[in-house]
Design a protein around this ligand. Structure first.
Ligand SMILES: [Zn+2]
Length: 373
């Protein structure tokens, strides 16, 4: 992980140098460690100087939405993020940052592949940094995010269960098609993380002891479990998965659902959200938004972290006629799409994913439309 962090620090520093147009030369990949350290120190100093200057300029600015104010907030956030990598304390935040830096690097590679070649050839200054276009992640203007937030507010869950700093929208605006479908962030984690495209993920709080003892952010696999809001909240409150036969807080005993194999006391997840959302239990809920007055069907899926090698990988057990005989997912074959476990402590929930599908527009409530985000 140390090597990985060193690389990420350097990549992030290069991204910040370009983004904030710093007067700095980004060292080549094969530069010495001392050169890199000098560069990192100088980069941080320039960011702080820039922030101080912007703070001064903003002394007489009362408009909290002015471009300079927004720029300053962004700069402040970048400085804090970089410090996160320096301090190496908050593993979860670092994990999230690594994903962001890697996505941005990949995006820039794709965007600038032609540009880099021509800028290297035509550049008068050989050491001039390559300017990378900043990418809009989780735009505050995303309407999908706003609608999903409205639904989650309507669920009326205790605010204590959420960790909003880990919210992330994967709609087409916030996570464009040019971004990867899959990411392999951790060297210790052999399972790929499949991006939940077109879903909005709300961060959930997790137990710090559990994450540290098991090195969850580094080692555990990402999976998804489709369910209904009441069952999801029940498991979040129990702080663990519930298996058939368990007696819940309210005294009810969990039974195996109709249509399921008798005596099968197991919990099912999937590495792909598309399959998890097809779960028999993950029934859609209908919701009318107060924002745009349209009617939506909503699905919710819990994002899980799952202990490696603690589950059985098996084929799909749903009726795949829904998918017209094609695989559920382009990345995971149908015969590896379901994970089964009966070990309660081996699954934790770190996100609530929401998907909305517009079924009725405000203008024409009788004409059915389907709009996919
Ligand atoms: Zn979005």
């Amino acid at each position: 992980m140390d090597n990985k962090l060193t690389k990420i620090r350097r990549t992030f520093a290069a991204q910040l140098t370009a983004k904030h147009k710093l007067k700095l030369t980004i060292p080549n990949h094969d530069s010495s460690e001392a050169t890199f350290e000098l560069f990192l120190r100088e980069m941080q100093q320039q960011l702080h100087k820039k922030l101080a200057k912007q703070n001064e300029q903003l002394l007489h600015e009362s408009n909290g939405n002015s471009p300079l104010f927004i720029q300053k907030k962004q700069l402040q956030k970048d400085i804090e993020d970089f410090q996160l990598l320096e301090q190496r304390q908050d593993a979860r935040a670092i994990q999230q940052l690594i994903e962001r830096v890697e996505h941005m690097a990949m995006f820039n590679r794709k965007q600038d592949i032609g540009g880099i070649a021509s800028s290297i050839q035509s550049s008068q200054l050989p050491n001039q940094p390559i300017v990378m276009s900043p990418i809009k992640l989780n735009s505050p203007l995303c309407s999908y995010r706003a609608l999903c937030s409205e639904l989650v507010e309507r669920l009326n869950w205790p605010s204590e269960v959420f960790a909003s700093e880990y919210d992330r929208c994967f709609c087409k605006t916030c996570y464009p098609l040019s971004m990867p479908n899959i990411c392999q962030v951790n060297t210790g984690n052999k399972y790929p993380t499949i991006i939940p495209r077109n879903w909005m993920k709300f961060g959930l709080k997790v137990d710090g002891v559990q994450t540290k003892v098991h090195q969850i952010w580094d080692k555990w696999a990402v999976s998804y479990h489709g369910t209904v809001p009441s069952a999801a909240l029940s498991m979040i409150k129990h702080r663990q998965i519930c298996l058939p036969g368990d007696t819940l807080f309210d005294g009810t005993r969990l039974t195996i659902r109709l249509g399921h194999i008798p005596d099968q006391k197991a919990f099912f997840t999937s590495p792909t959200i598309r399959y998890a959302a097809q779960n028999h239990y993950a029934t859609s809920i209908e919701f009318t938004s107060q924002i745009d007055k349209c009617v939506y069907t909503a699905k919710i899926v819990l994002r899980c972290r799952q202990m490696p090698d603690s589950f059985t990988v098996q084929g799909q057990t749903l009726n795949n006629s829904i998918q017209n005989d094609s695989d559920f997912c382009d990345l995971i074959p149908d015969d590896e799409i379901e994970w089964k476990t009966d070990k309660r402590g081996s699954v934790i929930f770190d996100g609530l994913c929401v998907h909305l599908k517009k079924v009725l527009t405000h203008e024409n409530n009788f004409q059915q439309t389907t709009v996919h985000y």
